[in-house]
Design a protein around this ligand. Structure first.
Ligand code: FMN
Length: 147
């Protein structure tokens, strides 16, 4: 079983969240690659059983520009067999809180086996650790159901 976490982060909130999720996946003995979006290669997506996408939101709840290729790869490649999750950080000061998470969620629901989503307000706090644990539970359990 092989997993990837593909994420983007400018000010560090989403990368902190990605690292927490990475630790928790590894603790489950799931071999998990932690991949910043700038190292992402579309043809490698198919090799994973689980992919978690991590994103902040921008410009009225929109996707960061650097996530557009990844978004399109899920839409165009045949990835129905891949179990996915999407997590992100945002600021509820903005009208579309974590809008990029919602955009990924809706697309991944159509094109993959979407298992779970997670939204975190800015930097992850102690009570978010439990939510991260649940995120990983759902990701790994969903796979067990499918395989
Ligand atoms: C110009 C600007 C626009 C933003 N727009 C949104 C938004 O529409 N929705 C939202 O939830 N957060 C928005 N944010 C907040 C960021 O998504 C939030 O700070 C996030 O945690 C940044 O992630 P990072 O630290 O991983 O880069 C915006 C921030 C900035 C500076």
């Amino acid at each position: 079983m092989k997993a990837a976490i593909i994420y983007t982060s400018v000010t560090g909130n989403t990368s902190t969240l990605a690292e927490i999720i990475h630790d928790k996946m590894e603790k489950r003995d799931i071999d998990t690659d932690l991949i910043p979006i700038e190292d992402f290669q579309p043809h490698l997506l198919k090799q994973y059983d689980i992919v978690a996408v991590g994103t902040y939101s921008w410009d009225n709840g929109d996707l960061p520009m650097e996530m557009e290729d990844l978004f399109e790869s899920f839409e165009t490649a045949d990835l129905k067999h891949v179990t996915t999750g999407v997590f992100g950080t945002g600021d509820s000061f903005y009208p579309y809180y974590c809008g990029a998470v919602d955009l990924f969620r809706d697309m991944l629901f159509v094109h993959t086996n979407l298992a779970v989503t997670l939204k975190v307000e800015l930097t992850p706090q102690d009570d978010d650790l439990d939510r991260c644990e649940k995120f990983c539970d759902r990701l790994s359990k969903e796979l067990a159901v499918v395989s």
